[in-house]
Design a protein around this ligand. Structure first.
Ligand code: GLU
Length: 298
């Protein structure tokens, strides 16, 4: 089995400098530890026509390449169904008919994290199930017995929290991100997950799920995000933040790559230069505040 790192963008639009910085970091982590680097397109949800091709082009433009054919989640429904089937056979799933509104309005269990599922459908009896099934399609939830779970993160250290009964398959039939990502990472031989630290809290659910499925838990490194002046995660509305926007104001892909490398305290030029100097312990632990293309040029 290969040992690999990866970048797994959702093809919902163009990548911005924050996404590109995370991709460069994931590449550096993988390469500096002798791993392959894989590209997976997380297109189960929010996919926009044409976005994937643009994302792959932009990654290559900043020097991020990958070692095997690109994998798309929409091609892998059978793998996800098999995993959900195994959990169901083990009595670890249940059907849930709650609307978002009902979940919001239900009293939450003591000590449950914000947004945790309150468990409404956990104990429906056969008669209740039949009534609900007639009214709307069911989502499938995990019957979590985890309580608190802990993962180790390369940058954050031990991270602990409660794992709730999260969704495995939505009621429109789409496999949920947390299930797909665990199945894919294991099946692709990915044993190192480097991504933005906004996803740190998902890690508990994913690591717990991996353990239930008998899959190895990857090494995690959740890296700081790029933020705007207000401290909010960088987004398209923050002005020129994609390679296309930045090219229009005179910044080439190489110049953007060099800005990103500079923000990481790494030498500029081709990524191999940065690779030679890369030390995970030296990554800034705070978000990078994007100054805008105007400031960046000078
Ligand atoms: N596709 C997810 C996203 O773009 C990231 C998945 C992951 O890195 O685990 O937010």
């Amino acid at each position: 089995m290969t040992s690999a790192g990866r970048f797994a963008p959702s093809p919902s639009g163009e990548l911005h400098v924050g996404n590109l910085r995370t991709a460069i970091l994931a590449w550096l982590f993988a390469r500096s530890t002798g791993r392959d680097f894989l590209l997976r397109v997380d297109d189960l949800d929010r996919a926009r026509a044409g976005a994937e091709a643009g994302q792959l082009r932009d990654l290559q433009a900043v020097g991020v390449g990958w070692d095997a054919a690109v994998v798309r989640q929409t091609d892998r429904a059978a793998l996800y169904a098999e995993a959900i089937g195994r959990l169901t056979d083990a009595g670890l799933t249940y059907e849930c008919f709650c609307t978002r509104r009902e979940i919001q309005d239900a009293p939450s269990a003591p000590h449950a994290p914000q947004g945790a599922y309150p468990g409404t459908c956990r104990r429906l009896d056969a008669a209740e199930l039949e009534i609900r099934r007639a009214s709307r399609p069911a989502a499938v939830r995990l019957r979590s017995e985890a309580g608190e779970w802990t993962v180790q993160d390369r940058l954050h250290g031990p991270f602990t929290g409660v794992v709730d009964d999260f969704v495995l398959r939505r009621n429109d039939g789409v496999t949920a991100y947390n299930l797909a990502v665990v199945v894919d990472d294991a099946e692709q031989g990915i044993d190192q997950v480097v991504r933005g630290d906004d996803l740190l809290s998902s890690t508990l659910r994913q690591a717990y799920l991996a353990s239930l499925l008998g899959l190895p838990v990857p090494e995690y490194a959740h890296v700081p995000l790029v933020v705007n002046h207000d401290g909010a995660r960088l987004a398209k509305r923050d002005g020129a933040v994609t390679l296309a926007d930045l090219a229009a104001v005179g910044l080439s892909a190489e110049a953007v790559r060099d800005l990103i490398l500079g923000s990481l305290g790494l030498p500029d030029g081709p990524l191999d230069n940065a690779l030679a100097a890369f030390d995970p312990a030296g990554i800034p632990r705070v978000p990078w505040v994007w100054q805008g293309a105007g400031r960046a040029r000078h």
